[in-house]
Write a protein that binds this ligand. Structure first.
Ligand code: UDP
Ligand code: MN
Length: 327
């Protein structure tokens, strides 16, 4: 997550719009192997301005089941032996509600390279979290297998393009880091036709559980867009190699294409983030400020319409569909 941009177009989406009736009054208890703590959502809400804008899409279903984050897994094989909800997954990490009343189909797109332990914890928690909501979804891991600098934004573009080919019925795309785990069972995953949504508004670090940081000035971590919103912005830029800048660039594209960007409220968009070192191959991109200065004039000719990549394989694994890609 990168430099702060002025957020003049940022509007708050009302939690009511996202159908989360308990979101302002519930106590969420988090238990992990090493710690346990309680957060009052009411307290969190009190620190932020009141929500101002009605939401767009009330079609999400909120779960009223408390969601307990489990950060205690480090091995994907362990899931197979110990977690029964995994049994109900369809091939390739898809799931459909038993009563097929849901009209929401979500693709979760994860940019990925060598984060095995984060991936195991992500899968354990996020499958469970999403199955508490009445939505159909598929998890796509877009694995950059070449030796070039990591290209998070390019991987999102590839994931969008390939997921659309596989599931043309999916209309809502989550562009989602692997190291952010939702810790609020009342948070629902859906898209808004009114705005591209920034989900990871309030983040606490696994290593510093008392502190919850406000990320409402950023547009990284997790954003959700419909297919048409994403296409209108021409996706992400393909020009950001290494860490930084691509998320700010995406916010600029959303605005340049005449669209709104909204934060999920601080009390709802709450995530755990793993502490980690900067990955090899994802060193800070020294060109990012220069690139950001060019977005206005380049966004239409750099993005989904100039995507250049090779798919080495598509593996329908039990917990996810893996797209192995080189640029
Ligand atoms: N990522 C990855 N392997 C890498 C670098 C990044 O899988 O070598 C993915 C992963 O999904 C991660 C995201 O890219 O969550 C963002 O990178 P990073 O976590 O380093 O960014 P920051 O923590 O600064 O937001
Ligand atoms: Mn990270």
């Amino acid at each position: 997550m990168n430099e702060t941009l002025p957020s003049s177009n940022m509007v708050k989406v009302s939690p009511e719009t996202l159908n989360s009736p308990l979101s302002n009054s519930t106590l969420t208890t988090l238990s992990t192997a090493t710690e346990s703590r309680t957060i009052s959502s009411t307290q969190l809400t009190a620190t932020k301005p009141k929500v101002t804008q009605a939401p767009p899409n009330a079609a999400c279903y909120a779960s009223q089941t408390p969601f307990i984050v489990n950060l205690n897994y480090s091995d994907i094989d362990f899931l197979e032996e110990n977690v029964d909800f995994i049994e109900h997954l369809l091939e390739g990490g898809s799931w459909r509600p038993a009563q097929a009343v849901s009209t929401i189909n979500i693709s979760i797109i994860i940019p990925y390279r060598k984060r095995e332990s984060h991936l195991a914890v992500f899968l354990l928690n996020v499958h469970k979290f999403l199955q508490m909501q009445n939505i159909s979804y598929t998890i796509f891991i877009v694995n950059q297998v070449d030796d070039k600098k990591f290209n998070r934004a390019g991987l999102f573009n590839v994931g969008f393009y390939e997921a659309q080919k596989m599931n043309s019925s999916h209309d809502c795309y989550f562009f989602h880091d692997v190291d952010l785990i939702p810790d609020n069972g009342n948070l629902t995953y859906c898209c808004s036709s009114d705005a591209v949504l920034h989900y990871a508004t309030a983040i606490w670090r696994h290593s510093a559980p008392g502190e919850i940081k406000d990320y409402s000035m950023f547009f990284g971590g997790i954003v959700a867009a419909t297919a048409s919103q994403f296409q209108k912005a021409n996706g992400f830029s393909n020009r950001y190699w290494g860490w930084g800048g691509e998320d700010d660039d995406f916010l600029k594209r959303v605005r340049a294409s005449g669209q709104n960007a909204s934060n999920i409220p601080f009390a709802d968009g709450r995530y755990v983030m793993f502490k980690h070192d900067r990955d090899k191959g994802n060193e800070p991109n020294g060109l990012r400020m220069k690139l950001l200065g060019e977005t206005q004039k380049t966004w239409k000719s750099d993005g989904l319409n100039t995507l250049n990549y090779t798919v080495l394989s598509i593996l329908k694994k039990k917990y996810y569909t893996e797209i192995q890609v080189s640029f």
